[in-house]
Ligand binder design. Structure first.
Ligand code: URA
Length: 226
């Protein structure tokens, strides 16, 4: 990674973004993301902030989950009350940084099944290379939320979506913390049916495929490796 430079501020208008993009622009999320971006934020704080933002993202990503009404008894009366219905969720973590979002999402979606896709970026071509795949057997009956903090080139994201589709799942959302415009375009071109939920859209990718201004290497910052 290059030394820090002054970068353009994050793009916050959705006008020029692919139609599948949902920027979850909430003051709590933006505040916590700013703390995460600071290079002096230590790994333990970084992980906690990512967990908290992930819970807030989960709230928005699950907004359209269907409900049905059941009859229950409160201490005072019988009532018709809503509960979740229909398709259940599968959280698919893209290794290794996806684990940071997975932790927060599982806290408020404890019944979700979990899958993992292991992908690394070829440092020269920036192409996605798969080394691990484990998905729940019944993923075709679930809505998959694919989790990766950084949507950079979009190559890994598109490959992860392809794997989940190949397993028979066709209800898919992609969830990240920061997206680059390049990654949003690549993912939308490959999978226009997959909405992308992100807390921010940053300026651009640098020549090494890092998002600018970004947060640096998400995996290194989560796990304190460097
Ligand atoms: N992956 C990261 O961890 N950070 C980036 O900026 C891009 C990809």
């Amino acid at each position: 990674m290059n030394a820090p430079t002054t970068a353009a501020p994050p793009i916050l208008t959705e006008a020029s973004l692919p139609p599948s993009t949902v920027v979850v622009d909430h003051p709590l999320i933006q505040h916590k993301l700013t703390l995460m971006r600071r290079s002096r934020t230590p790994a333990n704080e970084f992980r906690l902030l990512l967990r908290e933002i992930s819970m807030l993202l989960a709230y928005e990503v699950t907004r359209d989950m269907p409900t049905e009404t059941i009859e229950i008894e409160t201490p005072l009366a019988t009532m018709q009350a809503p509960i979740l219905a229909g398709k259940k969720l599968c959280l698919v973590s893209v290794l290794r940084a996806g684990g940071g979002i997975l932790e927060g999402m599982l806290e408020i979606l404890p019944a979700a099944r979990v899958g993992h896709v292991g992908l690394y970026r070829d440092p020269v071509s920036l192409a996605a290379v798969e080394y691990y795949l484990k998905l729940p057997r019944d993923i075709s009956e679930r809505t998959a939320l694919i989790l990766d903090p950084m949507l950079a080139t979009g190559n890994s994201a598109a490959a992860a979506v392809s794997e989940v589709k190949a397993a028979g799942c066709h209800s898919i959302k992609f969830v990240c913390l920061i997206a680059a415009p390049e990654g949003l375009t690549t993912l939308h071109d490959a999978h226009p049916d997959v909405p992308v939920y992100t807390a921010a859209v940053d300026s651009h990718l640098n020549e090494h495929g890092y998002i600018v201004p970004g947060i640096g290497d998400a995996g290194d910052r989560i796990f304190g490796t460097k």
